[in-house]
Design a protein around this ligand. Structure first.
Ligand SMILES: [Zn+2]
Ligand SMILES: [Zn+2]
Length: 310
């Protein structure tokens, strides 16, 4: 089976942000994935959104023919290591099963669905899933709202400093550091949060389409931050007194439209429900007109702070 997949990959013209030879942070080569330091999420671990988004790359290459993403879902089975080779196994079918593992066992399990044609920028991929229509309409109302007050990251840093347990956030998806996505999150008047994402030229392919893994990455962190934003202190006490943090468990992205090259996008995020240690949230990527481009459903898990984050 692996030989068939490799043969198809060899004849594929697929190229994306994660596998392009022009990307100095290239993470995917054939059936091998290696996340460099840039793609850090929690300390010393790979970013969950990039990890799930990276399932699309070998799947699109294995499909052979040019395609675009319809859906990707990935479950992070354990902390995803940085700077370590991980092996991909793909089971072909109408949906592709993708597993990522190293000698310590499975790291990510997921599935991918692709469009069976190459789609132009602006093309529709599919409608909003029925169960989410109302939420997406409501979240679209928040796209044009002002981005006000200190960002969630600066609020969080201030409270962490006050609690005396400041842990440096270097996250690729939300840290506001120079290696990270230019992505800033803000509170709204309600429980939702809204973020501004300013893409870099490298995030677009040669047809001017926003990269599918970047879409997965930019819709990941807000799912954790919307849970933290419920707390007036941005979860500082949750971490310092109860020793708990939220991490990404499962991240599933429905690609609705092929995003055209824009200077700016917005992500609006809300909590759908919360049961014990699980938070179910919805993050929607919009253009500035309020057109939904992708919807991401996430299950986040409240875990005990691992020692490396103390
Ligand atoms: Zn690729
Ligand atoms: Zn983050």
């Amino acid at each position: 089976m692996e030989e068939v997949v490799l043969e198809r990959m060899a004849s594929s013209s697929h190229s994306c942000f994660l596998c392009s030879d022009t990307n100095p942070d290239k993470a995917v080569s054939g059936l091998t994935i290696r996340y460099g330091d840039r793609f850090v999420g929690p300390p010393q671990r790979a970013h969950g959104g990039i990890a799930v988004g990276s399932l699309l790359c070998p799947a699109r290459a294995a499909e052979g023919a040019p395609s675009w993403a319809r859906f990707v879902s990935g479950r992070l089975r354990r902390p995803i290591p940085l700077n370590k080779d991980l092996q991909v196994e793909i089971t072909m079918g109408s949906d592709l099963d993708v597993q990522v593992a190293d000698e310590d066992g499975l790291a990510i399990t997921g599935s991918v669905a692709l469009s069976n044609e190459d789609l132009a920028p602006g093309a529709s991929v599919q409608g909003v899933p029925d169960a989410l229509c109302r939420d997406v309409e409501e979240l679209a109302e928040l796209v044009r709202g002002p981005l006000e007050g200190p960002s969630l990251i600066s609020q969080s840093t201030a409270y962490q400093d006050k609690s005396g347990r400041s842990s440096t956030n270097g996250c690729y998806g939300c840290s506001e550091q120079s290696h990270a996505l230019r992505h800033k999150m803000y509170r709204t008047a309600g429980p939702e949060i809204v973020s501004q994402f300013l893409p870099d030229p490298e995030h677009f392919d040669d047809q001017g389409r926003l990269d599918t893994a970047i879409i997965a990455a930019v819709t990941d962190c807000p799912n954790l931050w919307v849970l933290l934003a419920q707390h007036a202190d941005m979860g500082a006490a949750l971490q310092s007194e109860e020793g708990k943090i939220w991490i990404t468990g499962t991240h599933s992205v429905h690609y609705l439209r092929v995003p055209e090259r824009c200077d700016e996008y917005r992500v609006v995020t809300r909590i759908l429900s919360q049961e014990g240690r699980k938070g179910f949230t919805l993050a929607v990527l919009f253009d500035l007109n309020g057109t939904p481009l992708a919807v991401a459903e996430a299950v986040s898990i409240l875990i005990d702070v691992p020692p490396e984050m103390m």
